[in-house]
Write a protein that binds this ligand. Structure first.
Ligand code: GYE
Length: 306
């Protein structure tokens, strides 16, 4: 009777669906928007969401997934903090006949262990960031000394954004030089600290490629503290397109952003329902994204959804 009283119970007829979701953490503005999107979309779809935050630790995610298996949830979904090391727990889910849908980040595991991935093409984002840098540099001549703030080591977005950026460099820009590259863990504080060290060890750096906006925003503080002008003395290109990143673009502090859309909730809930209804789903449900230069930021800002 309780189920009958519900307008929408996630399957259109049967019992309420329970989805166990393990989130990476709350490291960035992107992640906060992603969490909100998943919670809101579950509510709207009438799906019972069990949500846990792994605080950027793989062992916490593995534990959360094991708990969801024990609780016999209908579907498990997670955004894997790093790419490797998932085979054992994914086999456990398979043995329990619980489908696994990946969101956001990919895993290096046998593709038969997960049903579908809802997320972005990170290598394409790295390539897009490099093409944005071409536009930012325009006709200017002189050395291009790039400092890179990498995302979490071993995570799909860090590995693939670096690879995509390098692909464009190797193909078209022998004159670009990466002078320093280190992880800032996708956090503002990480970006701030690593950039402060780069400014000391590599004063020749005149470009920053940050794997996400939050690290760029942290770096901006260190660049200003060093008496240099972000966006002018050091050109900055980042990835995500969170609200504060857009504000920094309107101020000319970030020169360009390759968008990575965190609003994956609706597509995830849709995929959950299809999988349970035994409908076919694409192996990789890719996210639509755009590129923005600082000049576009002011007009785009009012329409940003995250
Ligand atoms: O770019 C970053 C977040 O996995 C795409 O994780 C995501 C990345 C995003 O911390 O801000």
């Amino acid at each position: 009777l309780a189920a009958c009283g519900k307008k929408n119970n996630g399957t259109g007829g049967g019992k309420t669906v329970t989805l166990g979701f393990s989130q990476v953490g709350s490291e960035s503005g992107w992640r906060s928007a992603n969490t909100t999107s998943i919670k809101d979309a579950a509510g709207a779809a009438g799906i019972n969401l069990k949500f846990s935050d792994a605080q950027q630790k793989q062992e916490n995610q593995i534990q959360a997934i094991r708990d969801y298996i024990t609780q016999k949830v209908d579907v498990i979904s997670f955004s894997p903090v790093v790419s490797s090391g998932w085979d054992t727990v994914l086999k456990e889910a398979k043995a329990a006949k619980i489908p696994v849908i990946l969101t956001d980040r990919q895993v290096d595991a046998d593709a038969s262990l997960w049903v579908s991935l809802v997320g972005s093409d990170f290598e394409a984002e790295g390539e897009r960031a490099a093409h944005l840098l071409e536009k930012v540099l325009g006709q200017s001549s002189g050395p291009v000394n790039i400092a890179v703030l990498e995302g979490t080591t071993g995570s799909a977005p860090a590995t693939q954004r670096a690879a995509g950026f390098k692909k464009v460099m190797d193909a078209s820009h022998p004159e670009w030089k990466i002078v320093a590259s280190q992880t800032g863990n996708f956090t503002r504080d990480g970006g701030k600290q690593v950039m402060a060290a780069f400014l000391q060890s590599h004063p020749e750096a005149n470009v920053l490629f940050a794997h996400n906006d939050d690290m760029a925003l942290g770096a901006i503080q260190s660049i200003q503290a060093a008496g240099r002008k972000p966006g002018t003395d050091i050109k900055i290109v980042s990835i995500d397109g969170v609200h504060d990143g857009f504000v920094a673009m309107t101020q000319g502090q970030i020169n360009a952003i390759a968008e990575c859309n965190p609003l994956l909730g609706p597509q995830l809930m849709d995929t959950v329902k299809k999988v349970l209804a035994k409908q076919s789903v694409e192996k990789w449900i890719k996210t639509q994204e755009s590129d923005f230069l600082a000049a576009d930021a002011a007009s785009a800002l009012p329409n940003r959804k995250y």
